[in-house]
Every structure is written in structure tokens, then in C-alpha cells.
Design a protein around this ligand. Sequence first.
Ligand code: HEC
Length: 283
Amino acid sequence: MKLRSMVIFVCFLIIISPIWSCNQRPESRVATDSSRHGTSLNRHEVYIDLKKVLTKDANRKTTDVNVRYDPFFKTSKKFRGYYINPLIDSVIKTVDFDTGRAIIIFECNDGYRPVMDLSKIYGNTKGYIAFKDLENGLPGNWPDSVDQKFAPYYLVWDDVKKQDKSFTWPYGLTGLKLMSGNLEYKRIYPYKDTTLTKGFNLFRENCFKCHSINKVGGTVGPEFNFPRNITEYWKEEDMLAFVKNPASYRYNSRMPPVTNVSDMDLNEIIKYIRSMKNNKLIN
Ligand code: HEC
């Protein structure tokens, strides 16, 4: 008796399965198409898988770039790469991406996630996704000493002054994520209190690439707001001292000391972090 009802049930499943998969298809087709092209697309969030996108089109134009000052190599350099703007523009156009207050997050294979305002790539300084160091005398794309780090891509800028720290130079670059202001800011922006904006901006410039708030941000260091806000279990004076000199708290800390931010600004950052305690917006 039991067996018979099971057989009937299985037959029933077989009969309805085509209906089922028809219903499913439109969605899954979108997903596979876009992942085949290396991008996932909607008006507020775009992900570009660089390797997929850049190697798909063999005719994509490469450019030789003269970099005025490379902060990693600490000198002027020559690279071969792809100008970043046409790549981004073509994606933005395809999905009618909402560029208002948008940011671009550079995703690297070690979890590093530096961020910049998207508008920055439309300034006079041009960004390139470099895949080859043209001054490397050897056959490989990168000098042996850095090859593991730099492949697949290294983001370079043609004309940045040595003292200008507002551009980011991530290596091991694998993907670009564009987020429209609306989506990103909803989760991390301190809407309720404008006095926190300064701390938020400082956090974004100095900590966000490694730390996340509400799961938005880097994954190199710990998340600061979910499920518990870090100020609930770390004394704020210890946070301040730790940030300036992690090695004085922890042997082998992986966090580099933050030396370019004043105590006053660090306190602004901590104030912002603390305020997010009552603002736990998770997807
Ligand atoms: C380059 C990456 C990086 C940057 C930038 C960075 N951190 Fe960290 N941070 C880490 C890592 C990794 C840890 C994990 C702990 C360790 O290795 O000691 C950490 C740990 C911490 C801790 C201790 C929390 C814990 O439970 O371990 C605090 C507090 C902290 N960071 C604050 C900050 C603040 C504030 C900023 C910005 C001013 C900042 N960090 C910038 C990587 C970074």
C-alpha cells in the first residue's frame, strides 16, 4: 500500500516536472547568460569578472601605459593593460546602471576590497587594468618576485602625484563591483545623524577595504557591526591604541598600523562605528 502511493507520487512528480522547469527557466537563463559573459547585472549592482570579460574578446584593445609614479614600485613604470572606462561604460549602458553616488569596489583574490567613488574614474587621471609589467626583462608578465601577488591584474593610474593617496592600486585584482549609492549607502551610511558623515567618510577611506559594517566591505579583517557591534566588546580607548599599533596588542597581528590618521579623526571613525549599533541593516 505504502509502495503504491509512493509510485503514484513519483509519477506525479515526473508529470509536473516539465511545468516546473518551464516556470524556472526565465530566471535561470538570465543567470547563466550573464555569468557566461562574466557580469551579473541590475540597475543598482553590477559585478564584472575581469578574467572572463577581458579574455572573452580577443580583439579588445590593449594600451601601453606610462605611469608617472607607482606607489608599489616607488618609481615611474610602464605597463600593458586595458583602459578601464570603456569596459565599465559598456556594462553601465547595457543595464542602464544608476550612477548617482555610485561607488566602485575593487575585489582582489586576498579579500582586499578597496573602494572609490565611481566618478573618480571620469577625471583627468586614467585607470588601467594592467596585466604586464613592460619593464620586466623576463618572459613572464610580472617580475618573479611579485608574480603570485600581481596576477591576474593590477590596477594602475597614469598620472597621480606621489603624495596623492586618493587613488587605490590593488593587485591580484579579479573583479569590479559597481554599487549605486542607493543600495550601498542604505546599509552603511549614517542617515540618522549628519555629524557622523565625517567619521563615515574617514572609515570608508581608511578601514573599509579590510573591514565591513553590516557585511559591506572588506573581508581581510573582522566585521564591526554584525551580530554585535565591536564597541560592545572592545573598549574604545583600546580600539584607538590598537589601530595605531596593533603589534603592541597582538603578536603577529595582520593589521598594518594606521599612521596617517590623527587621533581626532580616529575618534570620528569610532563614533561612526559605535553609532551603527542601532542600525543593523542586513540583506
Ligand atoms: C590592510 C587591512 C586593514 C586595514 C586597512 C585596517 N584593518 Fe583593522 N584589522 C585588520 C586585520 C587583518 C585585523 C585582524 C586582527 C589581527 O590580525 O590582529 C584587524 C583588526 C582590527 C581591530 C581589532 C578587532 C579584533 O577583534 O581583532 C580593530 C579595532 C581594527 N582592526 C580597527 C581598524 C580601524 C578603525 C581601521 C581604519 C582606521 C582599520 N582597522 C584598518 C586589517 C586592517
